[in-house]
Write a protein that binds this ligand. Structure first.
Ligand code: ATP
Ligand code: MN
Length: 461
């Protein structure tokens, strides 16, 4: 493989002629010398190419080199005269690989993030989106590395499913029925027997239920794949298609789940700080000041622990300062989450043991019959970053909850069966991958941390 500009920039000057390929970001021309900044997307700041016009002597070719042009530059790596880089390329030969006309949208001026979204097929050529996508790749590797090194197997759960994990109804239906001529049964309802799977199917909203069955066979597993939710709202934190990380551990209670979540977050944040220092500095300078410090604080602090009941007591003391005052039984919203982590604990905090009414059917019931063994991990500046729980492992209690919530036990028959055959305590959690990237980079809108965002009324490219 040929050296990328990243490797070239970390090389020492030498008499050898080397080649650098990339796209011209900027061109500065003067009477005797011309400077190109060439970037191939492997670094924040590209390679400076210096052209001595007298010896190069090809103004015609040089005039065709514009912003966005793809070039191959040959020359010698020399110590840079300028201050802002260690080395630069003294050009000997220049080849235009692909020309770029003047209507190229990414001219030198700064572009708004909204405009860049409209040219999503070109935006990875900008410093910002390039850096975000390199961090995305590194964070993904960090996630796999953490689990692989700690005895977790990577399991691929199905994307098309006939069970709705969260029971929230925010699903995209999958069908091959002719929508202009939907087959009906005698009573007038849709005849799903004629559909591809002979029943109603949708895209998955979570791999958890299937993940549990694999933890109950391989002990520790994780999923990391696409998830789909028909979120009919415009927020900076929701996509219709996003990636989710869901570890699941057998023979593990809620305390074990908390420990794993804390170690996991600390590992992946440290990993990115170590492997992407240039990108992280760029975000700190141009996206969110103080971001690196927040991350270091999360890495260095022991996470606090607090029950939901104690959290409500803390919040009630200052109820008047919230848009939504709380009482025992209310959902904890972002403003409350931030108060708990930023003001009360001054560190990340794991809130546990929520009222059963505000959590999903599969969470393990506590002795009190009122609260369940769920947890949310809250971090400064964001609030919830991870949600998890110990799962109900008792067949009768699980069936009871399914009935109590008006869900149909038939839809969960195979899930219930795992509680009959060697059932064990098990726990897991979910991390929205794009939310984690937002947190690490400081990028405000989730639409800018995934290559091609899908959200309500938008699935372009
Ligand atoms: P929220 O309250 O933010 O909608 P949720 O309670 O619906 O989140 P879960 O069902 O617990 O979220 O999903 C697990 C994780 O997946 C969340 O903690 C979050 O990081 C992420 N997530 C959930 N919905 C979305 C979405 N529409 N787009 C991106 N990430 C999401
Ligand atoms: Mn949601």
């Amino acid at each position: 493989m040929k050296d990328r500009i990243r490797e070239i920039l970390s090389s020492v000057p030498s008499e050898k002629t080397i080649k650098a390929e990339g796209w011209v970001r900027t061109k500065r021309d003067s009477k005797n010398v011309c400077f190109l900044e060439v970037n191939d997307g492997s670094v924040v700041k590209g390679l400076q190419v210096v052209i001595d016009k007298a010896s190069f002597n090809n103004d015609d070719l040089l005039s065709q080199v514009t912003t966005g042009t793809a070039v191959e530059c040959s020359g010698k790596l020399v110590k840079s005269q300028g201050g802002s880089q260690a080395v630069e390329l003294a050009l000997e030969d220049l080849k235009i690989v692909g020309t770029c006309p003047s209507d190229y949208p990414l001219q030198k001026k700064r572009h708004s993030i909204e405009f860049l979204r409209e040219i999503a097929y070109l935006r990875p050529r900008t410093n910002l989106i390039g850096a975000v996508m390199r961090v995305r790749s590194t964070l993904s590797y960090a996630i796999h590395t953490f689990f692989q090194e700690n005895g977790f197997y990577y399991v691929n759960t199905p994307l098309i499913t006939t069970s709705d994990c969260e029971g929230a109804g925010e699903t995209f239906q999958v069908t091959t029925l002719d929508l202009d001529n939907v087959p009906k049964t005698k009573d007038g309802s849709v005849d799903y027997d004629k559909d591809f799977f002979s029943k109603k199917a949708s895209l998955t909203v979570s791999g958890q239920l299937e993940g549990e069955t694999y933890a109950l066979a391989l002990k520790n597993i994780y999923t990391f794949g696409p998830t789909f939710r028909a979120e009919n709202s415009n927020t900076t934190r929701h996509l219709a298609e996003f990636w989710m990380v869901e570890p699941e551990m057998a023979f593990c209670d809620l305390e074990g789940d908390e420990e794993t979540a804390e170690a996991f977050l600390k590992y992946i944040f440290s990993y990115v700080l170590e492997k992407c220092p240039e990108e992280m500095e760029f975000f700190d300078n141009f996206v969110l000041k103080g971001n690196i410090e927040t991350l270091r604080h999360v890495i260095d602090s022991p996470f606090a622990r607090m029950t939901y009941t104690d959290a409500i007591k803390e919040l009630e003391k200052v109820n008047s300062q919230f848009d939504f005052p709380v009482h025992w039984g209310s959902d904890i919203q972002t403003e409350h989450e931030k108060y708990l982590t930023e003001v009360v604990c001054k560190s990340p905090v794991i809130v546990t043991d929520y009222p059963k009414e505000i959590k999903a059917f599969y969470m393990k019931m506590n002795e009190d019959g009122k609260t369940v063994r769920g947890m949310d991990v809250l971090v400064p500046r964001l609030g919830e970053i991870i949600g998890g729980s110990e799962r109900e492992a008792d067949y009768d209690k699980l069936l009871g909850r399914i009935n109590e919530l008006g869900l149909n036990p038939k839809d969960y028959w195979w899930y219930l069966e795992t509680r009959r055959f060697g059932s064990v305590p098990h726990s897991g959690f979910g991390l929205g991958f794009e939310r984690a990237i937002q947190y690490v980079t400081g990028v405000a809108n989730i639409r800018d941390v995934i290559p091609y965002p899908r959200y309500v009324r938008s699935a372009d490219f």
